[in-house]
Design a protein around this ligand. Structure first.
Ligand SMILES: Nc1ncnc2c1ncn2[C@@H]1O[C@H](COP(=O)(O)OP(=O)(O)OP(=O)(O)O)[C@@H](O)[C@H]1O
Ligand SMILES: [Mg+2]
Length: 331
């Protein structure tokens, strides 16, 4: 498949500060592509350059083969965009919000009425068409924004943190809407701070931190970078961690890392003997782990490995398989 988006070594500086540092990303037609990173990673800055809202300091961006610096108007017609902040006009009804946006894209009657009616239906807002958007719940406003961003029927849809701030139910419903749009042929780029979202929704993910791309791959490629088999994870009192690490390092014949109060090991395969071996090594040192267990690599493991810190709002899957230890006895 051809690349619909080609971001080539793009840099964005605000004064002396480099917000985006030689980012190169290519998105294939038909993909759901995730840009995953914490607050301040440079996600919105990258998106704003894609849209031509922010000038690029250096590098180039091509969309559908067009250099955006040379063809800003043409490129705008190809892209639908949902911004990070909700921007529905609260004093206008759902229908009026859509009509104004359609007019901005020079969609004239009778197509305009048809597109607006379809959009209201897609957003499940038909019953609320004549109600002011300011009275809508957060989920309804996001739904209205999503269909608004699709009003001119773009090939490429860019969603800046489409689910941040939504409750679980609205988040899952947004995922379904994104998947349905993608199935209808729209290429989607979305930014997210949620590991679980990137994992569940995206064909490929670029992980960025401090403006730098740390890794790019499918969710399974990224996870197999961390470990081909399972991860051994031992949680300790912070004051025990260093001593435990030294004791385990020589005796467990696996690659080990220490991250604060946790020790992580990379196992070739699911190997329960690693757990019992680790427990007996620690017992000899009179160290009691708080929890010990193995799990398949998660996006959280990938993120920790690449950035050195955990991303907030992880799925909880990581600790679910852990054996919590109390007085040396699994519970
Ligand atoms: N107009 C600006 N002037 C100066 N610095 C800016 C400007 N816009 C963004 N930055 C800085 O650039 C960095 C990247 O910001 P950006 O908004 O792209 O992050 P983000 O990944 O979208 O974060 P979030 O998840 O919080 O939305 C941040 O350190 C931010 O403070
Ligand atoms: Mg942002």
């Amino acid at each position: 498949m051809a690349n619909i988006v080609e971001i080539s070594s793009v840099v964005k500086k605000f004064g002396d500060f480099t917000a985006v540092d030689h980012v190169s990303i290519s998105v294939k037609e038909g993909e759901i592509y995730g840009i995953l990173g914490p607050n301040g990673a440079g996600k919105t800055t990258t998106i704003n350059m894609l849209l031509g809202i922010l000038p690029i300091t250096s590098g180039a961006i091509h969309i559908a083969g067009l250099d955006i610096a040379k063809n800003p108007e043409k490129v705008k017609q190809l892209i639908g965009m949902m911004t990070q902040e909700t921007v529905v006009e609260t004093d206008l009804t759902a229908r009026q919000n859509l009509e104004i946006f359609a007019a901005l894209y020079h969609i004239s009657e009778p197509l305009r009425s048809r597109r607006v009616a379809e959009a209201l239906k897609e957003a499940e807002l038909e019953k609320f068409a004549e109600v002011k958007a300011g009275t809508f719940s957060g989920g309804m406003q996001r739904r209205l924004e999503l269909v608004k961003s699709m009003i001119q029927d773009p090939k490429l849809l860019i969603l800046d943190e489409p689910t941040t701030g939504l409750d679980v139910q609205n988040r899952l419903s947004m995922w379904e809407r994104i998947r349905a749009l993608n199935a209808s042929g729209v290429t989607i780029i979305l930014t997210t701070q949620y590991l679980e979202e990137a994992d569940a929704l995206c064909d490929r993910i670029a992980i960025i931190d401090h403006g730098v791309v740390k890794a790019i791959g499918t969710p399974s490629e990224l996870k197999s970078m961390v470990s081909k088999g399972n991860i051994l994870e031992i949680t300790l009192k912070l004051s025990d961690a260093e001593k435990a690490y030294r004791a385990l390092k020589g005796r467990l014949k696996i690659p080990l890392e220490i991250r604060g109060d946790r020790i992580l090991g990379s196992l070739e395969k699911a190997d329960s003997s690693a757990i019992s071996n680790a427990i007996s090594i620690l017992e000899r040192e009179h160290i009691q782990p708080l929890a010990i267990g193995t799990h398949l690599p998660t996006m959280n493991d990938v993120f920790v490995k690449l950035t050195g810190s955990a991303l907030r709002d992880t799925t909880g899957e990581q600790t679910s398989s852990m054996i919590k230890m109390r007085h040396g006895i699994p519970r």
